[in-house]
Design a protein around this ligand. Structure first.
Ligand code: 0CJ
Ligand code: F3S
Length: 314
């Protein structure tokens, strides 16, 4: 079997930064440190940090007074920030800077007197965080059909922002529907969809032309990973989302010559290796990587974590 790996795939700069924040917090403060929500949507990442002494909670009332609390890469509402302050928590914010950028942009649109529309998926933590970072009412739109249902005059001053991990194509359709319906609407086009999401989707679209089956390494609750699987399916390729090699099913590969593998932004490269090992168990495989875009994005750590450990001890 031929295996072609997508390029780029796997960890983005925001995920690398978020994991590094938990690692450094553990080094500086010792265990336990508390993380609100999965730091990124991946059980392997979470289990690894848990073993090092991180404790994962869904809400801050599970965190003892004064403890170190880390917000996940997906961001939080302002009520969560205020709650953390009221509880005297030592907060480290691992919100991806590209999510924070959307928060800032949304607030600017509202300050300019526009009603804000958020294009995104209900219930996703990034969407809950973004809605909770904007003063006043935010209208959530999940599909083109929901644009038609917005109960607003066509001339209402509106603006839109988007979740960072959406399908570029679906979002374009929703934005086009908004632009058709409303006469005074502004927004960043599809640019709120982050570079990592855009690059991984473009790579998978190319890769899908070459392969019979696509495996996306990622978690079922990972928005960006699900979008990659959908692109494979929409391209007519049998596409499966797998957490690791244990979920790979031999019957997917009957008569298959070429398998494509990609990984969501929160999926470690070890799990890609683990999936390749599962394919090797079925027969010989020849692994290559597609030609693709090189990513050089890096994000700075919070300044609290930049001090050398020795300096803190003096
Ligand atoms: O929302 C984000 C800032 C992306 C974080 C990395 O990916 P993941 O899988 O944790 O999150 P999504 O469900 O948003 O893709
Ligand atoms: Fe940030 Fe995009 Fe990654 S929003 S955490 S760079 S998937």
């Amino acid at each position: 079997m031929r295996v072609i790996l997508a390029q780029p795939r796997g960890f983005c700069a925001g995920v690398v930064r978020a994991i590094e924040i938990v690692d450094r917090a553990l080094q500086q403060h010792g265990a336990p440190v508390y993380v609100r929500h999965e730091i990124v949507h991946n059980r392997h990442v979470v289990d690894n940090l848990r073993q090092k002494g991180a404790r994962f909670v869904e809400e801050l009332d599970e965190v003892p007074q004064g403890a170190v609390a880390i917000f996940s890469a997906h961001g939080v509402a302002q009520t969560v920030e205020r709650d953390a302050e009221a509880r005297g928590l030592d907060v480290l914010d691992a919100t991806c800077p590209l999510v924070t950028k959307v928060h800032v942009q949304g607030r600017q649109y509202v300050a300019a007197g526009r009603t804000l529309i958020l294009i995104g998926h209900a219930g996703h933590p990034e969407v809950e965080g973004t809605i909770g970072q904007i003063p006043g009412k935010v209208l959530l739109v999940q599909s083109e059909a929901e644009v038609a249902k917005l109960d607003l005059p066509a001339s209402t001053p509106l603006a839109y922002v988007t979740q960072t991990t959406l399908s570029v194509d679906d979002t374009r359709d929703i934005i086009d529907a908004l632009l058709r319906r409303f006469t005074d609407i502004v927004g960043p086009d599809t640019r709120d969809i982050c570079y990592a999401t855009q690059n991984r989707q473009a790579a998978v679209r190319e890769l899908s032309k070459e392969v019979d089956v696509l495996l996306v390494v990622g978690a079922t609750n990972s928005s960006n990973s699900n979008r990659l699987r959908e692109i494979g399916s929409e391209s007519g390729v049998a596409s499966y989302l797998v957490a690791d090699g244990s979920e790979v099913k031999p019957e997917w590969f009957a008569g298959v010559q070429t398998v494509g593998i990609t990984a969501g932004a929160s999926a470690p490269e070890e799990m890609v290796e683990n999936v390749i090992d599962a394919l090797r168990a079925l027969g010989p495989v020849d692994v290559t990587t597609m030609a693709g875009r090189e990513e050089k994005v890096e994000f700075k750590l919070p300044s609290k974590l930049m001090q050398p450990l020795a300096a803190r001890e003096v």
